[in-house]
Structure formats: structure tokens, C-alpha cells
Design a protein around this ligand. Structure first.
Ligand code: 6CM
Length: 254
């Protein structure tokens, strides 16, 4: 009868939804794990493989030149140490869509489309047009997570992963779609004072940022590389400066 048929299809839909959720969750876990595993390797990796494109104080930005089918997909990594802020604060600002446009000046707009859980959401981001290339957009999920240190002595970590996905709400036909896998990993380093009263003067945050971006479509390699060389250091300086300006006087509980 009709009711039974409806129930049957509802049950199939429900189990497909569950399966999809599981796949997403597994994918997120796998990506977090891979980024954390690569961190150690990246830090120790012979820097001769990487070309330093910017160095200013503790900030260092590196790239490796790579093209796939004529499209520039240079992997990029950066490390920075910033005094007076915690890893939790830095990652929170990187993840929080409400403040994204305050520090990411490469974006024209950023709109949350769907929340998968309290730590993961999908957003649609329209990137400012760079002449002479076509305007780009990106749809990605952003996930934030607190991870214990590898041993009791190691500092714990905060990680944010921004990873491209599709959304039925935003068809891929108006802009050129950028595909990316971006991660920010932070550790708070505490140097406790003799009186044991920890203030912002006793903390610093070690930041590691990686971006694998395929700009999609066609873009002149020289313009793209010039944009990256200017924009990545600018973003990291602006972003950490933004953190310093907006963080509260009291330390957030780690
Ligand atoms: O990681 C950054 N921002 C995050 C939050 O907004 C997010 C990044 C999303 C967009 C990444 C786009 C990269 C550049 C796209 C290429 C533009 C092509 C122009 C063609 C030129 C000929 O993870 C900071 C991203 C800083 C980017 C410089």
C-alpha cells in the first residue's frame, strides 16, 4: 500500500543520509590526521625543496613550484610565531565565519550555507576578481578541532581544515571554482614566570599554515604567482595582527 511504500523510501533516504554523514566524518578525520602527521615532516623537511618567498621577523612563507596540466598549483606553507595569543584564539579567528571578512581581504563575500555540526560548516566564498582573469569562487567546509599533544610533555594543538566540497545550493557555473585543501595548526607555548602567574607576556603561539590550491580554469602563471607572493604574507601578517587587536585581556581557557 502507498503508506508502506512511503515509509520504505523514507527509510532508504534516512540510511543514505546516515551513510553520507559517516563518509563526511571519516573524510574529516582522515584529513585532520594527515595534516597533523605531515606537520612534523614539513617542519623537518629540507628547506632546499622549498623556495622562501617572504621572511619578516618570525614569519616565513615558502612555496614549491608545481604545475598540473598547465595550471599553477604551487603548494604553499608558512610558519610564524606570535607573542601574546593562544593557539585556540588564532584557530578560532581563522575558523569563525563572522570575522572572516575582517582579515581575509582577498574575499568579496563569505556566506555560511549549512552547519554539519557545531564545529563544521560549509560556506560559499566569492573571491575578488584579479584582472585579467575571471572571477573565482570556492565552496568548502571548515572544521575546527582541539587535539592533545603527542605525549604529556608536548603542547596540545588546535587545527582548522578548510576543504573544498560541492553544494547543490551553489551550482558551479557562475564563477571559476577554486579547489583547495588548507590547514592551520597552532600550539601555545607557555614560559611560566617564577611567580607562577601566567599572563599574555608568558605565552606565544606557533602557527603552521599550508595551502594546496588549484585556481581552476585559466590564469596566467606569472600573474598568479605574483598574486600569491603578495597576498599570502599579507594575509598572515594581517590575520595575526587582527588576532592581536581583538583578543581579550584575559586568557581564554585552553
Ligand atoms: O586561507 C585563507 N583564507 C581562508 C578563509 O577565507 C580560506 C581561503 C579561501 C580561498 C583561497 C583562494 C586562494 C586564491 C585564489 C586564486 C585567485 C586566482 C586569481 C587569478 C589571478 C590571475 O582557506 C587565506 C587565503 C589567502 C590567499 C592569498
Amino acid at each position: 500500500c502507498a503508506i508502506k511504500e512511503d515509509e520504505f523510501y523514507d527509510a532508504i533516504d534516512a540510511s543514505l543520509d546516515k551513510l553520507e554523514e559517516k563518509v563526511d566524518e571519516e573524510k574529516i578525520n582522515k584529513l585532520v590526521e594527515t595534516h597533523l602527521k605531515n606537520l612534523e615532516h614539513r617542519n623537518n623537511e629540507g628547506h632546499d625543496l622549498w623556495q622562501c618567498i617572504a621572511e619578516e621577523g618570525d614569519l616565513k612563507v615558502y612555496k614549491r613550484e608545481l604545475e598540473v596540466d598547465g595550471v599553477v598549483v604551487d603548494p604553499l606553507k608558512a610558519c610564524h610565531t606570535v607573542k601574546g595569543i593562544t593557539g585556540h584564539e588564532v584557530c578560532h579567528y581563522f575558523w569563525d565565519i563572522d570575522v572572516r571578512l575582517d582579515w581575509d581581504v582577498t574575499l568579496e563575500s563569505s556566506q555560511a550555507l549549512e552547519w554539519w555540526s557545531e564545529d563544521t560548516f560549509i560556506s560559499h566564498n566569492i573571491i575578488k576578481r584579479v584582472w585579467p582573469a575571471s572571477q573565482r569562487d570556492a565552496v568548502f567546509w571548515s572544521h575546527i578541532r582541539h587535539v592533545d599533544g603527542e605525549t604529556d610533555e608536548d603542547p596540545d594543538r588546535w587545527i582548522v581544515v578548510n576543504y573544498s566540497t560541492d553544494s547543490e545550493q551553489i551550482p558551479n557555473n557562475k564563477y571559476v571554482r577554486v579547489i583547495m585543501n588548507v590547514a592551520m595548526i597552532c600550539q601555545t607555548i607557555i614560559e611560566p614566570p617564577e611567580d607562577g602567574n601566567i599572563t599574555r607576556d608568558n605565552i606565544k603561539c606557533k602557527i603552521s599554515y599550508t595551502a594546496d590550491v588549484n585556481p581552476g580554469g585559466w590564469a596566467p602563471a606569472s600573474v598568479l604567482r605574483a598574486v600569491y607572493k603578495r597576498e599570502y604574507p599579507r594575509f598572515l601578517k594581517r590575520f595575526t595582527g587582527y588576532n592581536m587587536d581583538t583578543n581579550t585581556k584575559t586568557l581564554q581557557n585552553e
